[in-house]
Design a protein around this ligand. Structure first.
Ligand SMILES: C[C@](O)(CO)[C@H](O)COP(=O)(O)OP(=O)(O)OC[C@H]1O[C@@H](n2ccc(N)nc2=O)[C@H](O)[C@@H]1O
Ligand SMILES: Nc1ncnc2c1ncn2[C@@H]1O[C@H](COP(=O)(O)OP(=O)(O)OP(=O)(O)O)[C@@H](O)[C@H]1O
Length: 286
């Protein structure tokens, strides 16, 4: 038996996601949008460290530029789980950030999901994965897929999930130096909200795309420039509402060669697409 997850040195993974396509099919009365999308994880992400506390406090241990501890989705996830489970459950949380904020890679949602899964285990609160996914939905539309940890075809606001086994290519992800507000893009009057419903066959036949691209690229010239550049390397798309764009390659070496050409103004990384989140891999091993 290992005690490693109960120490402050045990890294709980919070992977990035890509939206391999993103269509908006309607708008609900509460303003949220009905989507169709395909989620895949990346073997690149943040690491979170937890130490349970007995005094009921949830304290983020490190400063993160741009994320006030009280607004931090990891802190909010911990407090929500604690409130649902009884008094006295606290934790120190440290987040090693690698994912961009407002980057379309789901960093905040992934941090929240990892917190729910890790603390459910460390606090012994006994929620099922389905219950954690439902709790997570209160924190963000992208949280349930990270809790469940399976690449999925998603509908609703992203909570109706059907696992799919996709090819796992190598991706070059280019991150322009801007943070895109998801809310701003979803509120844009010009966003196409009446996409006809599609199936996995439409995706496989190349009949899908990301309907947020024209909205984000018109407002953020750096995202347009990154997407134009990426299209010169291969089939490229924006993830989520941006800012990140990705190109897929059959081999790591090809992605790395393209990365060497990325203009200096933008960050980038090469990562493998994953149908199984490293978080669920850890849970199976514990
Ligand atoms: C764009 C995607 O990343 C695609 O996976 C997600 O739909 C966004 O998920 P998220 O970042 O977890 O989004 P949330 O934090 O729940 O919502 C941020 C804001 O985006 C808008 N929003 C989000 C999701 C959705 N299906 N419809 C929306 O209209 C809402 O105005 C909301 O206030
Ligand atoms: N731990 C966290 N990590 C990242 N962002 C966080 C965190 N906590 C709160 N936030 C806030 O969440 C918002 C969205 O962050 P996130 O990085 O998830 O966006 P994103 O990458 O565009 O994701 P999505 O594709 O889900 O829209 C930002 O306004 C950020 O300040």
């Amino acid at each position: 038996m290992t005690l490693a997850p109960f120490t402050n040195e045990f890294p709980w993974p919070a992977p990035a996601k890509l939206n391999l396509f993103l269509h908006v099919t309607g708008r609900r009365k509460d303003g949220y949008h009905e989507l169709q999308t395909l989620f895949q994880f990346l073997d690149h992400g943040d690491s979170l460290f937890f130490v349970p506390r007995g005094d009921g406090q949830v304290v983020r241990q490190n400063a993160l530029p741009g994320i006030d501890p009280e607004q931090d989705l990891a802190v909010r996830a911990a407090r929500l789980l604690g409130r649902l489970s009884g008094a006295g459950l606290g934790a120190d949380i440290r987040i090693e950030k690698r994912l961009p904020i407002g980057g379309g890679l789901g960093g905040g949602s992934s941090n929240a999901a990892t917190t729910l899964v890790a603390l459910n285990r460390l606090w012994n609160t006994g929620f099922t994965t389905a219950e954690l996914a439902e709790i997570g939905l209160q924190l963000g539309a992208d949280v349930p897929v990270f809790v469940r940890g399976l690449a999925s075809w998603a509908e609703g606001v992203g909570e109706r999930l059907a696992p799919v086994e996709m090819p796992e290519p190598w991706y070059l992800v280019v991150v322009p130096d801007v943070s895109v507000s998801t809310q701003e893009i979803f509120q844009a009057p010009e966003l196409k909200r009446d996409c006809p419903r599609v199936t996995l066959d439409d995706y496989l036949a190349g009949r899908t795309g990301n309907v947020c691209e024209p909205v984000t690229t018109a407002r953020y010239p750096q995202v347009k420039a990154a997407l134009d550049w990426a299209r010169g390397q291969g089939p490229a798309q924006m993830s989520g509402t941006g800012a990140s764009v990705f190109v897929s390659f059959a081999e790591r070496a090809l992605a790395s060669a393209a990365q060497k050409q990325v203009p200096a103004a933008w960050k980038s990384f090469v990562a493998r697409g994953l149908n199984h989140s490293p978080l669920t891999g850890i849970m199976r091993g514990l």
